[in-house]
Design a binder for this molecule. Structure first.
Ligand code: TRP
Ligand code: SF4
Length: 338
């Protein structure tokens, strides 16, 4: 395995994903589709953030499989280990070291202001400190590679803004080292779950796995909520308010879209048939994913090798940054005294 060139002169990006097992439609539209495209233009690092996963309830016995399945999903959608580094956060220990050091410049008030924190903590009786400090580790994930840009969904923009603030504050206090990373927001906007109520998530059952067989894709897509005004089959529908139609925009050939919209507005096609077309197109786009996933599931050692190579490549970069960080923060005291 040749692996990614560490010094390509390209701009560097990093992004992260929770080890939630097999990826779903929301991961694909919100992130991975874009990651696959970015591989050509940027020096890319993609991180499975297992140390972020511990800030919520989880079963340690299930974590290894969830990490592995997410890695398979990343490879399945087309991340190419010869063109990017894919690794597991806990295998590059410098992330947590830098996160601790960032505690020195992160205002607690800013952490408490984060929407994700307010959301998650409001449902808890006892709030683990990790939930509050979550964005500090995320800042470390990004800044340890001095990444210039971060592809993220809109829900992560606030964390990225805090990352920039941490970079600014640290630089001001200890000397210029970290760039302020820019967000690369995909054109997706907000794709709702199939229930039309919440963001797609596996636990809510309002999505479909990217490795689902065609029958399974159909059984999920058929449950999708449509234009609520289209109650009977001959009611005219409004594609512009229908989530099924927004999904057609991603999966259906653009030359077929005017027909889908027109048939809806004139009530010439019912929602069930409209969803059938969508399900077929989704299953078709996922087909190569299923093939690649099957390859890797039969060869777990290849997946492990990809992640080991990724961790080695990431470690080289992380250690360079940490040497500078320790020096600027006064922790290479032996050298300083001789
Ligand atoms: N917090 C991100 C999420 O929940 C995951 C993440 C962790 C991340 N570290 C990151 C994303 C660094 C981008 C960059 O989706
Ligand atoms: Fe939505 Fe299609 Fe039904 Fe129109 S026909 S409301 S686009 S599912």
């Amino acid at each position: 395995m040749s692996g990614q060139q560490v010094n390509t002169g390209k701009r560097r990006i990093l992004s992260g994903v929770q080890p939630s097992g097999e990826a779903h439609l929301g991961n694909y539209l919100g992130a991975f589709r874009q990651w696959v495209d970015l591989q050509d233009t940027y020096d890319c690092l993609f991180c499975i953030v297992d140390q972020h996963a511990i800030t919520g309830q989880y079963d340690p016995a299930l974590l290894p499989q969830r990490i592995f399945d997410m890695a398979v999903s990343l490879l399945a959608v087309g991340l190419d280990p010869d063109r990017c580094s894919i690794f597991v956060q806990s295998e590059v220990q410098e992330h947590t070291e830098l996160a601790w050091l960032f505690n020195a410049v992160t205002p607690v008030g800013e952490l408490e202001r984060m929407t994700q924190y307010k959301d998650k903590s409001s449902r808890l009786e006892s709030i683990p400190a990790g939930l509050l400090n979550y964005p500090i580790l995320q800042a470390a994930d990004i800044l340890i590679y001095r990444a210039q840009a971060v592809p993220v969904g809109e829900d992560q923009l606030q964390h990225l803004e805090l990352t920039r603030e941490i970079a600014r504050k640290w630089n001001a206090q200890y000397g210029e080292l970290f760039p302020e990373p820019q967000a690369i927001v995909g054109g997706t906007g907000r794709i709702m779950g199939l229930d039309g109520e919440a963001k797609m998530s596996k636990s809510l059952g309002n999505t479909v796995g990217i490795l689902a067989e065609p029958e399974e894709v159909w059984s999920q897509v058929r449950t999708a909520v449509t234009d609520p005004q289209r109650i009977r089959k001959d009611d005219p529908g409004r594609p512009e308010v229908c989530n099924v139609y927004s999904l057609h925009e991603f999966f259906t050939d653009s030359s077929d879209l005017p027909d889908i919209a027109e048939q809806c507005r004139t009530a010439q096609r019912g929602c069930v048939d409209c969803k059938k077309i969508l399900a077929e197109n989704v299953a078709h786009e996922f087909e190569p994913f299923r093939d690649r996933a099957a390859h890797y599931r039969d060869r777990p050692e290849e997946v492990m090798e990809v992640l080991a190579t990724g961790a080695r490549q990431a470690t080289v970069l992380a250690q360079e940054t940490m040497a500078e960080v320790r020096r600027k923060m006064g922790m290479d005291w032996r050298k300083a005294l001789t």
